[in-house]
Design a protein around this ligand. Structure first.
Ligand code: SF4
Ligand code: SF4
Length: 392
């Protein structure tokens, strides 16, 4: 792994109480809030000087958390409760949740009950928000974000002015543009700028640190890798579909076996940054908040939205990436008990197979780890074959 990326890894931790980035931010007298799902309005928090850090979970054994919820929850969500019980979130000033998947919502509320942070809000996002429902959903969600704005202003004792919100949107939009450049560099067929493992690590880091600082580092990283001559993997170019993982094992495994991860539609991947917020002509706080709400509803959807057109729109995103990055095969790596992604999966697999793509579907719990998971990925890479050489 590139030294610069290894250095970035040292600046954050999956455990916010141990994160250098969290400590440095709080040393400046600023607040840090934890969140679990991409659908929260990070820009509004950042406009108020709050550092949003995403819960990444961790590949840890569940010791006490199982007493707090049913066992049919994804392992990622259960580790969030376990980390809460082990004081991993004790330094956070606030938690902000959003109505996403059923399991994630329940878990987040349990975690909030354990952590008892000084600030806590839960946002309701309309799930049925596409096409003919779009304007109605937008009106509702804009009002909801205005409620959050007011509660943040009360908590911080300062106004979130239009200028602060616009500035935060610009920082976040630049971050998205830079991450797309990272993806393009990785996708270069001849001389990729990054490996899939490196990009996975960049994504873990970028959701845990202030975006303005991340932008400066990403610009440096892109300049550094522009001159890098990383030989392309000789094996298949793989798209990984799913949510997020508790470590980088799956990326490492694919690349150790001779393939290369060149694309994804993970919530810790392209679904986090693929679209930009479109700034309104009129830069009032109301219009800017409406722009954030529109972005959240229009962005590449997550299966958790469980409503009309969600699977179709996500499939469209996957197909565009497959073409852009010349993908040879798709691996659906979905968490056990992740109902929303499991429900979309048969439709997605059928559509991709009909489009002529080899597809592997595997279930992830704590990780892939066992020999069976490894063997299935190895066989899949071998089966794609072609000019792909798959090392054992
Ligand atoms: S997969 Fe979807 S619901 Fe789950 S955390 Fe990611 S964006 Fe949220
Ligand atoms: S969307 Fe799936 S992986 Fe993410 S929290 Fe919900 S159940 Fe877990």
């Amino acid at each position: 792994m590139l030294d610069t990326i290894a250095q970035l890894s040292k600046s954050y931790s999956r455990w916010p109480d141990q994160s250098e980035a969290v400590k440095q931010w709080q040393d400046k007298g600023k607040k840090v809030f934890g969140y679990m799902c991409n659908h929260i309005p990070e820009e509004l928090l950042f406009a108020g000087g709050i550092l949003p850090v995403k819960f990444l979970g961790d590949s840890i054994p569940i010791v006490d958390a199982n007493q707090y919820h049913a066992l049919f929850m994804c392992y990622f969500a259960r580790t969030v409760v376990e980390m809460g019980l082990q004081k991993g979130f004790s330094k956070l000033d606030g938690l902000i949740g959003v109505y996403s998947c059923e399991g994630g919502c329940n878990i987040f509320q349990i975690a909030a009950e354990i952590v008892k942070p000084p600030y806590y809000q839960f946002i309701s996002i309309p799930h049925d928000n596409k096409r003919e429902k779009q304007e109605m959903a937008l009106e509702y969600f804009t009002k909801e974000l205005n409620v959050i704005k007011t509660s943040l202003e009360e908590y911080l004792g300062e106004e979130l002015t239009a200028a602060k919100i616009e500035q935060a949107i610009n920082v976040y939009n630049e971050n998205r543009q830079l991450l797309r450049q990272v993806y393009d560099a990785r996708g270069d067929k001849e001389w990729p700028g990054f490996t899939g493992v490196e990009v996975a690590e960049i994504m873990n880091w970028v959701v845990e640190v202030p975006k303005d600082e991340a932008n400066a580092k990403l610009r440096g990283l892109l300049a550094e890798t522009a001159a890098r001559k990383l030989p392309a993997a000789s094996g298949p170019r793989i798209h990984v579909s799913g949510t997020l993982f508790l470590d980088n094992e799956i990326f490492q495994l694919i690349e150790d076996l001779g393939g290369m991860v060149v694309s994804d539609d993970l919530c810790m991947g392209s679904r986090y940054f693929w679209d930009d917020i479109k700034l309104p002509a009129e830069k009032t706080a109301d219009k800017l908040i409406e722009a954030i709400a529109r972005y959240k509803l229009d962005k590449v959807p997550c299966s958790c939205m469980c409503s009309s057109y969600v699977a179709e729109d996500r499939l469209e995103h996957i197909k565009k990436l497959i073409e852009k990055y010349q993908v040879n095969g798709v691996i659906f790596a979905v968490h056990k008990w992740c109902d929303s992604h499991q429900m979309d999966r048969p439709f997605m697999i059928r559509q991709l197979q009909e489009a002529g793509l080899p597809v592997l579907s595997i279930e992830v719990e704590r990780n892939i780890g066992d020999a069976q998971g490894r063997n299935r990925i190895e066989s899949f890479l071998e089966m794609i074959g072609g000019d792909a050489h798959v090392a054992g």
